[in-house]
Design a protein around this ligand. Structure first.
Ligand code: NAD
Length: 292
C-alpha cells in the first residue's frame, strides 16, 4: 500500500509556483493577484480563507480579502462582486461558500465574471470542463487529477466509482475521470444517496472516490484487493482528547481499508492540501491569460 501524500505534493506544487512568480518579478512583471470574499464569520470558512491568503503570501501572489457582515443583502454582495469583476489588477477571486440562507448562491456564482472565477463554479466554466476545453477546474477535483497524474496512478480503462454528486466534488470528478486524456479514460459510475446496494458497485471498482461527508462510510468489505482510494470527506467529529475538541474524519475506514488498497489518501493530509494548491494554479492561469 502506498500513501497518496497531499502534503508533500502540494508543497512541491507551491514551490514550483513560487519559482515561477519569482521569475515573473525578475522580468519586471507584476505578481498574480487573488481575492477572497467572506460573508459572515463561520469558523471553518474563516480558516479556509485565512489559509488561501497564507498560500498567496507563500508563493508571492498579491491577495485581497473582503469580509462582509452576514446581514449584507444579495444586491449589495453582487455590487461588490461587480466591483471586483471590473478591477483590472485582480486576476481572479473566490466567494467563500456557504453563504447565509437569505442569499441565493446561484445568483452570486452567476454574477462572477467567468474569466475571474478561479473556483471554477460558474456554469460557463463547468460547461467548458464538461466539453474538455481549457478552463478553471473546481479545485478539489483538479487536485485529485493532479495527484493521480503525479503519482502515475493508472486510470485508463479502469472502473472508477464516485460516491457523491455535488457540483463542487462528485459530479465534476465523474466528468474528469471519464475525459479523453490522462488521468481519465476511466469507465465511471457515479453513486449518491439514492443508489441502491452501493457496495455492489464499490466492490467492483478499481478506483473509489468518496465525497459524501459520512465518517468511515466506506468499509473494507465494500472494496476489492488492490483498489485505489481517494477520500475527499472532511467531517469534524468530537474528540475530547484534542485541544480543539474535534478531529477531522474522512469518509473511509482508513485503518481497515488501507490493508486492501494499492494507493490511499489519508485524512487529513490527502485531498485537502491539494485543493488549496489548485486554487493557486487557477489564479496563475487567469494571470497568464491576462498577460498574453
Ligand atoms: P454535499 O453534501 O454537497 O454532497 C454529498 C453527496 O453525497 C450528495 O450528492 C449525496 O447524494 C451523497 N451522499 C450522502 N449520503 C450518502 C450515502 N449514505 N450514500 C451515498 N451517497 C451519499 O457534499 P460535498 O460538498 O460534495 O462534500 C463532500 C465531503 O467532502 C464533505 O465531507 C466535505 O467536507 C468534503 N470536502 C472536502 C474537500 C477537500 O478539499 N478535501 C473539498 C470539498 C468538500
Amino acid at each position: 500500500m502506498q500513501i497518496l501524500d497531499g502534503i508533500k505534493l502540494s508543497k512541491e506544487i507551491k514551490n514550483e509556483i513560487k519559482s515561477l512568480v519569482e521569475s515573473y518579478k525578475e522580468q519586471g512583471k507584476r505578481a498574480p493577484h487573488l481575492g477572497a470574499i467572506l460573508v459572515g464569520n463561520d469558523g471553518a470558512s474563516r480558516t479556509y480563507v485565512d489559509n488561501k491568503i497564507k498560500d498567496c503570501k507563500f508563493v508571492g501572489f498579491e491577495s485581497s480579502e473582503l469580509i462582509l457582515e452576514d446581514t449584507i443583502s444579495q444586491e449589495e454582495l453582487i455590487a461588490k462582486i461587480q466591483e471586483w469583476n471590473n478591477d483590472a489588477n485582480l486576476d481572479g477571486f473566490i466567494v467563500q461558500l456557504p453563504l447565509p440562507k437569505h442569499i441565493d448562491q446561484e445568483a452570486v456564482i452567476n454574477a462572477i465574471d467567468p474569466n475571474k472565477d478561479v473556483d471554477g463554479f460558474h456554469p460557463m466554466n463547468f460547461g467548458k470542463m464538461a466539453l474538455e476545453m481549457e478552463t478553471f477546474l473546481p479545485a478539489t477535483p483538479y487536485g485529485i487529477m493532479e495527484m493521480l497524474e503525479r503519482y502515475e496512478v493508472p486510470t485508463a480503462g479502469k472502473h472508477t466509482v464516485v460516491i457523491g454528486r455535488s457540483r463542487i466534488v462528485g459530479r465534476p470528478m465523474s466528468i474528469l475521470m471519464s475525459k479523453n486524456g490522462n488521468p481519465g479514460n476511466s469507465t465511471v459510475t457515479i453513486t449518491h444517496s439514492k443508489t441502491e446496494d452501493l457496495a455492489k458497485y464499490t466492490k467492483e471498482a478499481d478506483i473509489v472516490i468518496t465525497a459524501l461527508g459520512v465518517p468511515e462510510f466506506l468499509k473494507a468489505d465494500m472494496v476489492k484487493d488492490g483498489v485505489v482510494i481517494v477520500d475527499v470527506g472532511i467531517t469534524r467529529v468530537d474528540d475530547p482528547t484534542s485541544p480543539k475538541g474535534f478531529k477531522l474524519a474522512g469518509d473511509v475506514d482508513f485503518e481497515n481499508v488501507k490493508e486492501k488498497a494499492s494507493w490511499i489518501t489519508p485524512v487529513p493530509g490527502g485531498v485537502g492540501p491539494m485543493t488549496r494548491a489548485m486554487l493557486l494554479k487557477n489564479t496563475l492561469l487567469a494571470y497568464n491569460r491576462n498577460n498574453k
